[in-house]
Design a protein around this ligand. Structure first.
Ligand SMILES: O=C(O)C1=C[C@@H](OP(=O)(O)O)[C@@H](O)[C@H](O)C1
Ligand SMILES: C=C(OP(=O)(O)O)C(=O)O
Length: 408
């Protein structure tokens, strides 16, 4: 399904509700499988979280996790610890290109039995569950934090706990801290000092408790972009968000101030308001190694506003749902942008012209569809295969329409 966005004007004041963070939900679902005393409120309705939940409930040998990278990594760790269980975990064509060797090597050091069924270093995997007794492992921390979170989530159930040494520069640190905070909140003791993380062993049960997931900040990024591209005075209220968040993408409130968007927090929601026009001589300069999922949104906002933008720390974008650096360059150039990329950076030159009626390809990447959609405020455009959004935000187009976008 392609969606054509015609010239649109936002309704002046809107309220929308976004469901829980996909990252927090996937962690809590795994923890709930280990500790059934946990209940979850405001769980994400994303495809990835639904797939995670189904995989954890499944008694089948074959688990197909489609495009859900975080679920792939977390479940690889989980099934490694399920003694007596023989699982094959596979995914989409792209999933079979997303590396998992660093995690598999670490699990094997702990004693896991994992076999690559097609290409070495990549899914699909056959996992024979075992009791893992080793506890010391070192792994490269610059490729994906998901490998680290996967190990931390199972750690308290390992016979001797876990002592993890992180090698090299650590990427996506807020996601590691999110994992540690959720563990601490449910009663598991951890420490993170220097480059070593320790998780205490053998927690058999935790207190009965309900954990409420904060809504998804990566999904909120598209509304930041919409407000940034709107007239002064336009505002939108989204629930349920907190000023002090576990999600690294909450850095959006600082970043978008540069684009003239002011964030105010109420008890259960936040309001984004366009308060100033963006200075066209502005040059946006960001290191997004701690918030990689908002890179596409920020690049498109800057281009839409005609502002120069340089972003570094983007090395993880190359192994996500698509190579997001190449995808961004290709699609922004169709719109008339001048874009330079390296393996970890992206530069978009300031430009005052945007080509109209461009068809934006989405490469099976939900964030390509959602990041480009706000440009509909500036020019008519088409988003191809628009239903990809369901990976993280199934009701995206409904919400988009509800706030005033003219869709066909
Ligand atoms: O742990 C998580 O929930 C995630 C970690 C990040 O991945 P990397 O650490 O691979 O950058 C992020 O991009 C992804 O969407 C979700
Ligand atoms: C990278 C993402 O997800 P995952 O790695 O879990 O597929 C994302 O949602 O942007």
């Amino acid at each position: 399904m392609d969606i054509s966005i015609q010239k649109s004007k936002l309704h002046n004041r809107q309220e929308i509700q976004i469901t829980g963070s996909k990252s927090e939900s996937n962690r809590l679902l795994l923890l709930q499988a280990l500790f059934p005393q946990i209940s979850i409120n405001n769980i994400s309705n994303s495809d990835d979280s639904v797939l995670m939940q189904k995989a954890l409930e499944s008694k089948e040998q074959l688990i197909d996790i489609h495009h859900a990278g975080t679920a792939m990594r977390f479940l690889t760790a989980y099934f490694s610890t399920q003694q007596g269980r023989d699982t094959i975990i596979t995914g989409s064509t792209r999933m079979k290109e997303r590396p998992i060797k660093i995690l598999v090597d670490a699990l094997e050091t702990l004693g896991a039995d994992i076999t690559y069924l097609e290409n070495d270093g990549f899914p699909p995997l056959q996992i024979k569950g075992k009791t893992l007794t080793a506890f010391k492992v070192a792994l490269e921390a610059n490729v994906s934090s998901q490998y680290i979170s996967a190990l931390l989530l199972i750690a308290s159930k390992l016979q001797n706990g876990l002592e993890l040494t992180l090698i090299g520069k650590i990427t996506s640190v807020p996601y590691i801290n999110m994992t540690l905070s959720l563990l601490n909140n449910i009663g598991i003791t951890t420490s993170f000092e220097g480059n070593t993380i320790i998780v205490k062993p053998n927690v058999t049960e935790v207190k009965a408790q309900t954990v409420t997931v904060e809504s998804d900040w990566s999904s909120a990024s598209y509304f930041y972009s919409i407000i940034a591209l709107s007239d002064i005075g336009t505002e939108i209220t989204i629930s349920s968000y907190k000023e002090k968040s576990l999600q690294g993408d909450s850095v959006l409130s600082d970043i978008y101030e540069k684009f003239g968007v002011y964030t105010s927090f109420e008890a259960e929601s936040m309001t984004l308001k366009k308060t100033a026009n963006c200075d066209l001589n502005l040059s946006i300069d960001l290191d997004l190694k701690n918030a990689p999922d908002i890179a596409q949104t920020v690049a498109v906002t800057a281009f839409g506003l005609g502002v120069e933008c340089t972003m570094v720390g983007l090395h993880t974008l190359k192994i996500k749902e698509t190579d997001r650096l190449v995808a961004l360059k290709t699609e922004l150039e169709k719109l008339g942008a001048e874009v330079l990329i390296t393996n970890q950076s992206l530069y978009v030159k300031a430009s005052t012209k945007i080509n109209t009626d461009v068809k934006i390809a989405t490469y099976n990447d939900h964030r390509m569809a959602m990041a480009f959609a706000p440009l509909g405020l500036k020019v008519p455009l088409v988003i191809e295969n628009a239903d990809v959004v369901s990976k993280s935000y199934p009701q995206f187009w409904e919400d988009f329409k509800a706030i005033g976008f003219n869709l066909k």
